[in-house]
Design a protein around this ligand. Structure first.
Ligand code: NAD
Ligand code: MG
Length: 398
């Protein structure tokens, strides 16, 4: 029997975090929880602590950490509770930890994810924003510290499964012609364009195929998610943007494909349930039970494909432009999008204004070379300030 592995789950209270704990619980002879973390979701983290009995529980919000400490103490628990950003990095980098699930949403996930990479951990990367922001620095750190990076984003996990094992020799050297990155097209693929401006957060978060956190659900609805994933694919597989083709596939049964020089196209299929890529990442190169039901290919019956409509989804165009611009443009795009999506969720901004804000910030921000993390962090902060200014003006105008 393989030795039990210690796992830290960053962002345990979220959608990916909960699915991860479900897979871990099904495979408790292989995995035990070292740390669970959350931002402010006290009740959820408390419940998870009592079930999974981690060594540490970390809440980024210090007040929430204090309340969790008291609640656990009242239950007679000896789980150690820490608060703050530094503690997130500590439990990601601790010597006992074998694997880290990086499932914090947004730029906030970068420091602890990078801390795990720098300790050479097995890193299960759901937090795409971290890779989009830090790109080269992130991938260099993976190589230098010999971290094992396993993509959890369903598309990238599918691509990883369809790639030859030695793909790091370069796509051309291993006979790969291109990557086909599939997208569901989100809830508004067919909505008349004139109705998009009035879309509510509830409508945007009601994804037809996947149940996800609110930020990524909005990103899926604007297709900014696919823009971020395009960048993610380029970094993970050392691909040029023109080697990655975005294909709309509304059923979300094929999770992405790899085309080879000889014309072969390999696809990974399965029910749309994140426990499949999570189980893959935890056990690789072995396979474990994920709890996902068997794909009923007969009931699925048909798989459709179409090209994305860049007029309907300007965020996808903006992401492509930011990739071409290079430098810190992707940091700017990501930060502006995070601020705009939050404003939309708070009903301070219309749905179609998300792209307007991102475009405005991209045109105003200075593009520099992301030579170190300080530059990345400054570009991130600058973009947030500009985005807030633009949003304040837009709200007045509406
Ligand atoms: P979620 O909103 O459900 O959960 C986010 C988690 O991050 C929560 O535990 C929350 O407490 C924590 N968090 C939020 N802000 C934080 C902060 N400032 N500091 C520390 N922790 C913070 O999100 P999710 O849907 O689970 O997505 C998590 C990540 O995985 C995102 O980057 C998303 O793009 C990616 N992802 C998710 C899915 C999915 O199906 N949900 C699929 C692919 C990729
Ligand atoms: Mg995805």
């Amino acid at each position: 029997m393989t030795e039990q592995q210690w796992v830290t789950v960053l962002g345990a209270s979220g959608s990916i975090g909960q699915s991860t704990l479900d897979v871990i619980a099904r495979n408790s002879e292989r995995y035990k929880v070292y740390a669970l973390t959350a931002n402010t979701q006290l009740e959820k983290l408390l419940e998870q602590c009592l079930i999974h009995q981690p060594v540490y529980a970390v809440m980024r919000d210090e007040d929430s950490a204090e309340r969790l400490r008291q609640r656990l103490k009242a239950q007679g628990s000896d789980i150690k509770v820490l608060g703050g950003e530094e503690a997130l990095c500590q439990v990601a980098a601790a010597p006992q930890v074998d694997a880290v699930m990086a499932a914090i949403v947004g730029a906030a996930g970068l420091p602890p994810t990078l801390a795990a990479v720098k300790e050479g951990k097995r890193v299960l990367l759901a937090n795409k924003e971290a890779l989009v922001m830090a790109g080269r620095l992130f991938m260099d750190a993976v190589k230098i510290h010999k971290a094992v990076l396993l993509p959890i984003d369903s598309e990238h996990n599918a691509i990883y499964q369809c790639m030859p094992v030695d793909y790091s020799r370069g796509l051309a050297n291993v006979g790969v012609r291109k990557i086909l990155l599939t997208a569901s097209g989100g809830p508004f693929r067919r909505t008349p364009l004139t109705e998009l401006a009035a879309v509510t957060p509830e409508q945007a978060c009601a994804h037809p195929n996947w149940s996800m956190g609110r930020k990524i659900s909005v990103d899926s609805a604007t297709m900014m998610n696919k823009g971020l994933e395009l960048v993610e694919a380029c970094w993970l597989f050392d691909a040029r943007p023109e080697q990655v083709e975005v294909v709309i596939h509304p059923q979300s049964i094929i999770h992405s494909m790899v085309e080879y020089l000889d014309g072969s196209v390999l696809a990974q299929l399965g029910n749309p349930d994140m426990r499949t890529p999570i189980a893959y990442g935890l056990a690789w190169p072995e396979r474990i039970d994920s709890g996902v039901s068997s794909l009923d290919i007969i009931a699925t019956a048909r798989l459709d494909f179409e090209a994305p409509d860049l007029q309907r989804f300007p965020c996808l165009r903006l992401a492509s432009e930011a990739i071409s611009a290079g430098g810190t443009a992707m940091v700017t795009l990501n930060a502006a999008n995070e601020v705009a999506v939050e404003a939309f969720l708070q009903r301070q901004l219309g749905f179609t204004q998300i792209a307007d804000v991102v475009e405005g910030v991209l045109s105003q921000a200075t593009n520099t070379e992301p030579c170190d993390l300080a530059v990345v962090e400054k570009a991130d902060q600058d973009a947030r300030v500009i985005a807030q200014e633009i949003i304040a003006q837009q709200t007045v105008n509406t």
